[in-house]
Design a protein around this ligand. Structure first.
Ligand SMILES: [Zn+2]
Length: 107
């Protein structure tokens, strides 16, 4: 069942779902559980089958009837080659920026 319940950043984080009138103006990238993508543009990842790092271009939202879910990743390797990988075949690589953010959360 389609729900899309989430705290919408278009509406000051008002809690809305697909039945709300505000939903028409919602441009959030969410799956049918109201979750955003696990991987974001610019994330560094290690791609196990390729044994190299890459940069995420985007995570693709898949549709299966009324359900939608976050699936494959479009990636760009450091030599400029683009590819697609299953999200379970990659893991995020901590960047200095991630470490900086993680440290800030404890301040
Ligand atoms: Zn929204």
């Amino acid at each position: 069942m389609t729900n899309y319940k989430h705290y919408c950043k278009e509406w000051d984080f008002l809690e809305i779902d697909a039945d709300s009138p505000e939903f028409e103006a919602c441009i959030c990238e969410i799956d049918s559980d109201g979750r955003g993508p696990e991987f974001h543009s610019g994330d560094r990842v290690y791609v196990h089958p390729m044994r190299q790092e890459a940069t995420v271009i985007r995570q693709i939202l898949h549709y299966d009837g009324p359900e939608s879910f976050w699936g494959n990743l479009e990636l760009q390797y450091d030599d400029g080659i683009k590819g697609t990988s299953h999200s379970w075949q990659v893991k995020k690589v901590n960047t200095q920026w991630d470490n900086w953010k993680a440290n800030r959360e404890f301040v």
